[in-house]
Design a protein around this ligand. Structure first.
Ligand code: ADA
Length: 579
């Protein structure tokens, strides 16, 4: 099993995991590392995936570093280096040559090498986690932490030929009473023209494409395949099927790629969100990828335990606030039946920040990488973008329009939304398929949930969000773990946090206009020090669990409400089993 997924993606392509022991070099002083003199820096032992903030002495380091390792290949030929996440800006140097650059901690990238010699290779990754708009407009001092390091797995892929299967895309569609798979396979050719034979198998049904001459670059082949007899994917029965593309050149199998899919459709009809034609209600939590022992480089075990905790809570949904998540977490959601709102990486950007030229291109790349790499996950039912950005200005609206259009072009099979807090001023509600509100009734705003919700609904319906599903995408309050004062019941106490969530949930779950309520947030997370004065302990402590995943009072309070709600709506297909 490759370290990056929960199942083998290849049987033919040879995978060399590059996780484990690396060296990390930091500047001898300051935060800038002279590119050619990295070896004169301070050396640390570094475990990949990992962030340098876990090192003693580097807990607060923000600057440049170089991660280095060597690896050996047993034969010469074409190869790929695949990085599932470098936080946050990377320059890749292989055997002394720069071979790739990437920005954004939360999306994968690959470097193709048309020829890699047999033997030992040196791999350097120049990394920065600096807050510098000239480098990254997406990583700003934020209400979560921008770590430094290689936060997701890395692998070298040894190809058997210059042509390989770059990606598979499957959109399940039901028509004429049976499921079909609308598939597209993208082949890449790093060499001269080649005659390729491609076989695609979807849920056991096979399609052989006519032989195709591959020019260099990308070639996309598409086919609609009927898949009779398959079972639907839903949270109660998250049935997954294999998709395998096998590539032959001159009759010899040279490459393969496997993925997993689920047969389900999501759409909005009037004010309802439908999963396989049935209305669903999202009972959810927002989750950051963060843990005090691992930073953003969560090991599989933490992803798994988080899914268990979310299911035990009685939730059926997780929102990947505020960036694309690790594939292994999405794999777990697929197979354990959690619904996912996945979003691009852009939180709380001002209009000025949104207008920086780099912001547009970096968002564009992030969206493309997110959709290309995650589109087959049946658990992802919604794409989100631009959380709490400037949707209250006409110039901001242009950015919303552009990004929503981009998502729809890349994927026509899922609704798109954005979470807004611009109550009374939002100019973009008409653009999205669903209206999604971040509200902090009884926390930032002393507004009782019931009347405040009515006002929010009336405002939404009058400003472009009428006749569309409506979600509450964030609500909650701070709770400092272990701070109890049931008598005075002050803000920041566990009692008050539980009370705020319970009052909001009772209102939200009873309201027929809503299609979901997603709590802020799953667990406490580290934030940037710029937020220190409104974030005790420099953590956003609105978690149901603390940062080490120990439940606060709110967890049990929410669980009671979620379970009671599920018991009342036992007929809906949205209940993952509770362990
Ligand atoms: C916002 C934002 C979250 C978090 C939250 C809070 O709604 O989307 O990232 O900052 O507020 O805790 O205030």
């Amino acid at each position: 099993m490759p370290p990056s997924r929960l199942f083998p993606e290849h049987h033919v392509r040879e995978i060399l995991p590059l996780d484990g022991a690396w060296d990390l070099y930091l500047p001898p002083t300051g935060t800038k590392l002279e590119p050619a003199a990295w070896h004169t820096g301070r050396r640390f032992d570094f475990l990949v995936p990992g962030v340098w903030e876990v090192q003693w002495g580097l807990e607060n380091y923000r600057g440049e570093a170089v991660a280095r390792r060597t690896f050996s290949t047993s034969r010469p030929g074409a190869a790929r280096l695949v990085f599932h996440g470098v936080s946050h800006t990377a320059r890749v140097v292989l055997d002394g040559q720069e071979v790739g650059r990437h920005h954004n901690a939360f999306t994968p990238f690959a470097v193709d090498c048309a020829h890699l010699a047999k033997g030992e290779h040196e791999l350097l990754v120049h990394i920065s986690n600096e807050h510098d708009p000239a480098l990254s407009t997406l990583h700003i001092p934020n209400d979560y932490y921008n770590y430094g390091g290689i936060n997701r797995p890395v692998e070298a892929q040894l190809l058997r030929a210059a042509c390989y299967v770059r990606r598979i895309r499957v959109i399940p569609r039901r028509s004429g009473g049976i499921w079909h798979a609308d598939t597209e396979v993208v082949l890449a050719n790093l060499g001269g023209p080649g005659l390729a034979g491609l076989t695609l198998s979807v849920a056991g049904v096979e399609h052989v494409f006519p032989p195709t001459t591959l020019a260099s670059g990308e070639t996309a082949l598409a086919v609609r395949m009927p898949c009779p007899g398959v079972a639907c994917w839903n949270p109660e029965h998250p049935v997954l099927y294999d998709v395998v593309a096998t590539l032959a050149i001159a009759g010899e199998i040279v490459d393969d790629l496997r993925d997993r899919i689920g047969f389900r459709e999501v759409r909005c009809e009037g004010a309802q969100l439908l999963l396989n034609d049935e209305p669903i209600f999202l009972l959810g939590v927002n989750r950051h990828e963060d843990h005090p022992a691992f930073g953003s480089a969560l090991p599989l075990e933490i992803h798994y335990q988080d899914v268990l905790a979310i299911r035990h809570l009685g939730a059926n949904t997780v929102r990947t606030s505020h960036y694309p998540n690790d594939q292994r977490f999405l794999d777990l959601c697929d197979q354990m039946g959690l619904l996912v709102w996945e979003e691009n990486h852009a939180r709380g950007q001002t209009l000025e920040q949104m207008q920086a030229p780099l912001f547009r291109t970096q968002c564009r790349d992030c969206i493309e990488e997110m959709v290309h790499s995650h589109a087959n996950h049946p658990s992802i039912i919604l794409w989100g973008l631009l959380n709490e950005c400037a949707s209250d200005s006409t110039a901001g609206r242009l950015v919303y329009e552009q990004q929503i259009r981009q998502v729809r072009v890349l994927d026509s099979s899922r609704p798109v939304s954005f979470a807004t807090n611009r109550y009374g001023a939002d100019l973009c509600l008409d653009l999205a398929d669903l209206s999604s509100w971040n509200v902090y009734f009884n926390w930032y705003q002393d507004r009782a949930p019931a009347p405040a919700l009515e006002e929010t609904i009336a405002y939404t319906d009058a400003h472009g969000g009428g006749n569309k599903p409506l979600l509450i995408t964030e609500f909650g309050g701070g709770g400092i773990p272990g701070f109890h004062d049931p008598r005075r019941n002050p803000k920041w106490s566990e009692e008050r946090q539980a009370q705020i969530l319970a009052e909001c949930l009772e209102t939200f779950l009873a309201h027929p206009r809503l299609s979901g309520a997603i709590i802020w947030q799953f667990c406490d997370v580290r934030v940037d020090e710029a937020w220190a004065l409104v974030r005790p302990r420099c953590l956003n402590d609105k978690g149901l669990l603390d940062d080490y995943r120990r439940p606060k009072l709110a967890y049990a309070a929410v669980r009671r409400i979620f379970l009671a709600h599920r018991a009342k709506t036992a007929h809906t297909p949205t209940k993952p089993p509770i362990s």
